[in-house]
Design a protein around this ligand. Structure first.
Ligand SMILES: C[S@@+](CC[C@H](N)C(=O)[O-])C[C@H]1O[C@@H](n2cnc3c(N)ncnc32)[C@H](O)[C@@H]1O
Length: 306
């Protein structure tokens, strides 16, 4: 068989066993860059480290080590999957989020660093002993992080997808110190907790429009119900706001992640739903990523940190 140069990872037909680790890393990086990865070196490091059972630092301390046939085959298979833009987290089954190391499968959204800003806001504004809802908990990233960082609060993670909820439950089971303060429930919106009062509702709801899936091919590996809200993109923000307005105690907080360009629309949604003292925070790229409001005239500072 003839193989077009660069058409297979780490030169599948060309590299023989015995190639040094450093060279495999370099060739994998170049190949992934050509396949559209926006972080080819990091991806190659994580995947080759995973394939070989090595910490990233060992990729460099053992740079001259030759790889065996089996090791080459394992590396090649993982790099090939990334070449199809499958998320690294799906390939390794893990994703770091804040202080947590979460299990991630194709049933859940891969938690994004942007969402750590949402967690920051919740951790800052939640009143002492707050009863918190995480609407659309997915892997449990927000619910578990907030419970981890604020030992005084209780959190209910709600999720409509049973398969996603199972992932969140395994992540909770891996953090036994949190199990007394975190409940995870299958629920369409807040239906499973109707009548329960809460002090804070947080959500990173779906906020894409269907055309975004065409525009960003890498998203095809993640569940559509975690990504797409509807033709406008803010449909789920409106639903969360309406449900939170009913469930929140007076002065309760609503904290929402928003997509790029959605801040003003979501502020309008919050105002219409009766929320006041609106605030916003940007992510590390300077894009407004979090919008919050309070359900009644506040007796506390309107802005985190103020
Ligand atoms: C953007 S993902 C966020 C997941 C996780 N909170 C995170 O930040 O990584 C949105 C989540 O909301 C869930 N979801 C969508 N519609 C829902 C609904 N009506 N009720 C409950 N969960 C819903 C999806 O299944 C998905 O897990």
């Amino acid at each position: 068989m003839r193989v077009r140069p660069g058409s297979t990872p780490v030169g599948a037909a060309g590299i023989l066993s015995g190639v040094r680790l450093a060279e495999v890393l370099q060739r994998s990086t170049e190949w992934l860059a050509g396949r559209g990865s926006d972080s080819p070196r990091l991806d190659a490091e994580v995947l080759i480290g995973h394939a070989l059972g090595l910490q990233r630092i060992a990729l460099y301390t053992e740079a001259d080590r030759p790889l065996t046939d089996d090791e080459m085959a394992t590396c090649r298979a993982l790099i090939a999957r990334r070449g199809e833009l499958e998320p690294v987290a799906h390939i390794t089954g893990r994703r770091a989020f804040g202080r947590l190391d979460l299990e991630v499968t194709p049933d859940v959204l891969v938690p994004r660093p942007d969402t750590e800003v949402v967690v920051d806001v919740v951790v800052e504004v939640a009143p002492e002993g707050a009863r918190i809802v995480d609407w659309g908990t997915g892997s449990g990233a927000i619910a578990l992080s907030v419970a981890d960082l604020r030992p005084d609060v209780t959190v209910v993670g709600l999720e409509q997808s049973a398969a996603a909820l199972a992932v969140a439950q395994r992540n909770l089971a891996a953090a036994p110190e949190l199990v007394d303060r975190v409940r995870l429930l299958e629920s369409d919106g807040m239906t499973a907790v109707v009548g329960e009062p809460f002090d804070l509702v947080v959500s990173n709801p779906p906020y894409l429009v269907p055309a975004d899936l065409e525009r960003y091919p890498a998203l095809r590996h993640e569940p559509e119900q975690a990504l797409v809200a509807g033709p406008v993109g803010t449909e789920d923000h409106a639903r969360v706001a309406a449900e939170a307005a009913v469930a929140l105690a007076p002065g309760g907080w609503l904290v929402l992640e928003v997509g790029e360009g959605q801040a003003e629309a979501v502020e309008g949604i919050l105002a219409t739903a009766g929320f006041a003292d609106l605030g916003r925070r940007a992510d590390l790229a300077g894009i407004t990523r979090v919008i919050w409001g309070r359900s009644a005239p506040p007796g506390a500072p309107a802005s985190p940190g103020s």
